[in-house]
Design a protein. Structure first.
Lengths: 333, 287, 307
């Protein structure tokens, strides 16, 4: 019986992954075609300011080097087969392999996103619970006002406000960059990194709580109005015990899955926060690649962000599948 | 006696019920929007002309939002920026709503294959972060007005398309539609007489809820430098320019334009959210 | 003395009518009943007439947008919300309608144990399960895994395990097969015989008659008659209210004569006697305000013409 369940969940994950692969292939093809049709000339983007010094012959040679003189389909196949071998190509602006840059930037970003993700998840959940338990009191009104306002706040503006208050007025934090300028990489201490991490992480957390809190509030209000909570109250349960036994049990799972499924917004938020705080993460790399026409890097980042979002959704699905008895035990009995 | 009887019943008379509140919000929102749009249209380049004698002024009665490093009045710039952002947002949101309507109807009416294809397409768009898709499309189209509008239109439709698909499916299975079909009415007749009228509220609310997101995304992409060109007086441009002057303490350059954007977005969310609650039969009768 | 006394209970909700106006809906009005020890009182009325709210009002668990007035007494003491809260589950127990009233994510054994007010809830729960012929692996199940009969017995066991003196069963029979219904009804009789007071809220008049001692006939949010069960016999000539008679005669095993018309909507109640528009005995006098509940023979009735 147990083994059977293991097989079932294996095939469930396999199906998800197959679907993902079809999506990933489509995204590869579509983004490749899109980028190839861009009016931005990759050769020019590569050469940059040295444009005047480079003759047409040299340009052709560069184009040949990048394989840009071949038909688009051939280019796609070349890129695709290299991709399958794990080679994402070489970034034009950083002049280094794309996979290396993504790996390096990912470490920075993951610290930022994870901090924001955990903070906003926990605080948002607690806020949502308090708000729902105290529905229609002043504390609920304040939390609701806060969340609704924050849900419509532009991330980058919140970042700018943080900069104005904490970096300019109070002078507690540096104005930008993931590490202090002019310091060698090995001399950068954890304290330095932390100092540069706090503001962007704070920005993302402050905004991130809104979604979780509002969702948890709605869900808990529904649960509290449900027949089974009414019956629990009829049996004399109340207050915190009632919440602990029936509320938490029924809202924790949706909140956790929501938080995993929000990887897409998290990435989007990170792009903006990193840009405001000049934090050298994936988001900033994406903007750079887009602005300066770094095709291999942009393609690599699109694929990476897709996998990132997919991973979040897959984890959410698996949690639901494994934890919820309605899906778990209906299969084993 | 059961003291459960609400003693604040009398107090409640002074509060408005939700329908009245919604109506009031819509009216207020409409007035503010009208002011912004008319203001944006009336203002021209002269109002934000460079005036080097009045550079870097903090907010005052003369210049409500202060002036920038070229002596331009920030209040006028903000109004123009908002009106531009809303214009772009409006086109983007209309485009996205249309895509949602067409794909949602197609998924619900054109058979299993179309349904699968469209649901796959929805997954496709949801699997890449919105902002990354926007950057990709803006890059492809070389940025600018066209890039941003197309980008906004193709990224916001998936959730509304799902709602419309579900709604159409439900209407199609309703008895009166079945009867019309048996009476030999054509597909087109059923679509225009039964299905479309029922979709209008959903479409309207979907649009109202989508619009603020579209505006926010437009501002974000423009802020990143991949949207509207730096010569346009857009909010995103104003904010990204302000970054250079933050360290010199000119907070008003970023504070007021962002706050106005926030207020506009918030207003649309409120109106959309209230409208949705009003047509939701389960919650319509709450206070 | 009665264990539970409900006098002039009124429950109302606010609802939007048209446009921007709200209207008050009286779902239950002028409701008066009493409950005695060792006795089963069946509250009988058509489905969807707000009978469940009566149970919720007694327990003090109405939704917050409900407005309540009237007097409730338990053992002669007035029930305040605080008093209700302390009695819930220990003195007064509810047996709800369906499996939806169990927490979907909690094993049913645990849920039954939470209502036990004894030192060892686990043994108490197992004992009750055994008594109700529930297999021991049922306690490990989740509500969605229970069959209709199992769910019914599980819900019943929550009340038994609590040791409450007043048990309110809300629609305990719909959707069950006759054997299970009979079994459920017998367990109510057993509870009453052991000294509990049982209020059976149901639309299933036939099952109710088989075990109840008194029947309260519920119409449009109020009781029109309270009669001993023996009165429901023959052509119903011993019954007092025209609605009770009509209800009795509408049963398939009697004359099977349907009552013309429909129950009035709570937003559109008649000014006088609530049954007047459908009543064969109605006179202009009936429209002059709702008749008071009065004692007649050994029952009670709300009709000026009843003799």
């Amino acid at each position: 019986m147990r083994k059977n369940a293991g097989v079932k969940i294996g095939s469930f994950i396999l199906m998800k992954c197959i679907r993902m692969l079809t999506l990933l292939f489509a995204i590869c093809l579509i983004s490749f075609l899109l980028i190839k049709n861009s009016p931005i000339d990759p050769v020019q983007a590569y050469i940059g300011a040295d444009m005047l010094k480079v003759g047409p012959e040299q340009r052709e040679r560069i184009a040949e080097y990048w394989g840009l003189d071949q038909p688009v389909i051939v280019q796609f196949l070349n890129w695709g087969s290299a991709l399958l071998k794990g080679d994402l190509g070489t970034s034009m602006i950083f002049r280094r392999p794309v996979s290396e840059i993504i790996g390096e930037r990912f470490v920075n970003s993951v610290v930022l996103m994870l901090t924001a993700w955990v903070l906003s998840g926990v605080i948002g959940f607690v806020m949502g619970v308090v708000s729902a338990m105290k529905k229609d009191t002043w504390i609920d009104r304040i939390i609701k006002l806060y969340c609704y306002t924050l849900a419509s706040t532009p991330t980058f503006w919140m970042g700018l406000l943080m900069l104005i208050v904490f970096a300019v007025w109070l002078g507690w934090f540096p104005i930008g960059l993931g590490v202090p300028a002019g310091v060698l990489a090995e001399d950068v201490t954890i304290a330095d990194r932390l100092q540069h991490l706090i503001l962007p992480a704070l920005t993302l957390s402050v905004l991130g709580v809104a979604n979780v809190a509002l969702h948890t509030r709605e869900k808990l209000i529904d649960v509290l109005a449900s027949d089974y909570v009414m019956f629990a109250r009829a049996r004399g349960e109340k207050g915190f015990l009632l919440f602990w036994r029936h509320g938490l049990r029924n809202i924790a799972l949706p909140a956790i899955t929501l938080q995993f499924a929000a990887f897409s917004e998290l990435f989007g938020g990170a792009v903006l926060a990193e840009q405001v705080f000049s934090y050298p993460g994936l988001g900033q790399a994406t903007v750079e690649a887009g602005l300066r026409g770094d095709v291999p890097l942009l393609l690599g980042l699109v694929l990476f962000s897709t996998i990132f979002v997919f991973a979040g959704n897959l984890i959410a699905d698996i949690i639901y599948y494994v934890v919820d008895p309605r899906t778990r035990e209906s299969r084993t009995i | 006696m059961i003291p459960n009887l609400k003693t604040d019943q009398k107090l409640k008379r002074f509060y408005m019920n939700r329908r009245q509140k919604t109506l009031l919000t819509i009216v207020v929102a409409a007035i503010i929007l009208l002011c912004v749009v008319v203001g944006g249209a009336l203002l021209d380049q002269d109002q934000i002309a460079t005036n080097l004698t009045e550079r870097n002024l903090a907010p005052s009665l003369q210049h409500l939002f202060g002036t920038d490093w070229l002596g331009r009045d920030m209040f006028n710039r903000t109004i123009m920026g908002l009106s531009l952002s809303m214009g772009v947002g409006l086109i983007g949101a209309i485009g996205s709503t249309s895509i949602a309507l067409i794909l949602g109807m197609a998924a619900a009416t054109m058979g299993k294959m179309a349904d699968r294809l469209i649901s796959w397409l929805i997954d496709l768009f949801l699997s890449v972060p919105h902002l990354v898709t926007l950057i990709l499309i803006a890059f492809t189209l070389g940025g600018g007005f066209k890039g941003i509008v197309i980008g906004l239109a193709v990224t916001h439709w998936p959730s509304l398309a799902r709602v419309i698909r579900a709604e159409v499916m439900q209407i199609r299975s309703a008895e009166y539609v079945q009867i019309s079909r048996q009476m030999g009415k054509s597909r087109w007749w059923i679509a225009t007489h039964h299905i479309f009228p029922h979709l209008i509220p959903q479409l309207l609310i979907g649009f109202m809820l989508m619009f603020p997101h579209v505006i926010l995304h437009e501002a974000a992409v423009t802020f990143l430098g991949l949207g509207l060109s730096p010569h346009e007086p857009a909010i995103g441009i104003i904010l990204s320019e302000s970054m250079k002057y933050l360290s010199s303490g000119m907070w008003w350059l970023a504070f007021f334009p962002g706050l106005c954007l926030l207020m506009i977005v918030r207003m649309f969310e409120t109106v959309g959210g209230n409208l949705r609650l009003l047509i939701d039969p389960v919650r319509a009768n709450e206070k | 003395m009665s264990v539970l006394e409900v006098k002039d209970l009124l429950i109302s909700f606010n609802q939007y009518t048209s446009g921007l106006k709200q209207q008050q809906l009286n779902v239950i009005s002028n409701l008066t009943i009493t409950l005695e020890k060792g006795e089963i009182l069946a509250v009988v009325g058509a489905s969807g007439s707000g009978k469940s709210l009566l149970a919720h009002a007694i327990l003090g668990i109405l939704p917050s947008n409900a407005n309540v007035s009237g007097t409730l007494r338990y053992d002669g003491e007035v029930l305040t919300p605080a008093k209700q809260a302390s009695l819930r589950g220990s003195e007064i127990a509810l047996i709800p309608q369906s499996v939806n009233y169990l927490d979907p994510l909690m094993r049913v054994g645990n849920q039954v144990r939470t209502s036990a007010r004894v030192e060892n809830p686990v043994t108490a729960q197992r004992k009750v399960f055994e008594r109700l012929h529930l297999h021991e692996n049922v306690e490990k199940m989740y509500p969605f895994q229970l069959s209709g009969g199992m769910a019914r017995r599980t819900l019943l066991s929550t009340a038994i395990v609590s040791g409450a003196k007043v048990i309110i069963a809300d629609e305990p029979t719909p959707g069950l097969d006759p054997v299970v219904i009979k079994e459920a009804m017998e367990s109510f009789r057993e509870l009453a015989d052991s000294g509990c007071a049982v209020m059976l809220i149901t639309h299933d008049i036939v099952s109710a008659l088989s075990i109840a001692d008194k029947i309260a006939v519920f119409y449009a949010g109020t009781t029109v008659e309270i009669a001993p069960v023996e009165n429901f016999a023959g052509d119903g000539e011993a019954l007092r209210h025209p609605y009770s008679k009509a209800l009795w005669r509408a049963l398939p095993q009697n004359d099977f004569i349907p009552i013309p018309g429909a129950q009035p909507h709570p937003g559109d109640l008649p000014p006088g006697c609530l049954f007047a528009p459908r009543c064969p005995l109605a006179t202009p006098e009936c429209d002059r305000g709702q008749p008071e509940m009065r004692t007649l023979r050994d029952g009670m009735v709300r009709c000026i013409h009843a003799t």
